[in-house]
Write a protein that binds this ligand. Structure first.
Ligand SMILES: Nc1nc2c(c(=O)[nH]1)N(C=O)[C@@H](CNc1ccc(C(=O)N[C@@H](CCC(=O)O)C(=O)O)cc1)CN2
Ligand SMILES: Nc1ncnc2c1ncn2[C@@H]1O[C@H](COP(=O)(O)OP(=O)(O)OP(=O)(O)O)[C@@H](O)[C@H]1O
Length: 200
């Protein structure tokens, strides 16, 4: 586990991003299969009809087996898409198997914007979130764009139990003893790694 004390947020981010990029392709594949086993039969996943995931970037744990499983089971699946304007906004758009994707300004694959296919965050059942670091208290450190935090800002005004369920997905090497909490940070209900579940 990584000790956060004495590290600034950017320094911690660099260290954690470095750690996940060190994983070999074989380790990545194994972790992705283990993650799939942790979640595919879990009630939170089985019960969800509208699920948002992401396409892996920069060493992130790969949730594509879960994406395929969700599509096989007839669930609606969504990916984050960066809005052209305002540029700080991220939306969730439904994707179908085999749909053509394009790289966004960060080089991450995403569907081509089609407003009619977008769904409000609070109308999703399950949000599987990428992250750079996590702790055992629901803390999440992202890439630093604040995209997920802004999408979830509505939560501050609603009860914790509201939709969607927020789960972080991570490699075990992304675990930090304790993350400093910022005012805008939205707590995860749990983080799931290739090794297990960490309740928030
Ligand atoms: N797989 C995945 N998709 C995602 C996210 C994510 O974290 N992971 N995002 C979650 O928010 C959004 C994209 N957010 C991002 C925020 C910052 C950087 C970033 O700083 N990237 C470069 C900067 C270089 C450049 O500008 O091209 C970097 O690697 O340093 C990347 C993505 C939407 N889609
Ligand atoms: N609810 C919000 N409203 C406005 N700005 C916000 C909000 N949440 C976060 N931000 C801004 O986003 C910036 C990045 O935040 P932070 O470092 O927590 O992002 P992150 O969680 O690492 O990234 P991401 O959510 O994209 O994965 C902060 O400087 C903050 O000002």
């Amino acid at each position: 586990m990584i000790v956060a004390e004495g590290l600034s947020r950017p320094a911690l981010r660099r260290k954690l991003r470095h750690a996940r990029r060190q994983l070999t392709p074989a380790q990545q594949r194994l972790a992705a299969r283990r993650l799939y086993r942790q979640l595919a039969q879990h009630p939170r996943f089985r019960r969800a009809q509208h699920i948002a995931l992401y396409l892996p970037n920069d060493g992130e744990i790969d949730p594509r087996l879960l994406l395929q499983a969700a599509q096989r089971r007839g669930k609606a699946t969504y990916l984050p898409v960066l809005n052209p304007w305002p540029r700080t906004r991220m939306v969730f758009q439904r994707i179908e198997p085999g749909e053509q994707l394009r790289r966004n300004r960060f080089g991450i694959l995403e569907p081509v914007i089609r407003t009619a296919r977008q769904r409000r965050v609070w109308a999703l059942d399950l949000l599987l979130m990428p992250l750079v670091g996590f702790d055992g208290k629901g803390g999440r450190l992202g890439m630093g764009g604040g995209f997920y935090d802004r999408s979830l800002a509505y939560r501050a005004m609603r009860k914790k139990s509201h939709k969607p369920t927020l789960l972080g997905l991570a490699h075990e090497c992304q675990r930090v003893d304790r993350l400093p909490l910022e005012s805008w940070d939205v707590a995860l209900q749990a983080t799931v790694t290739d090794q297990g579940w960490y309740a928030g």
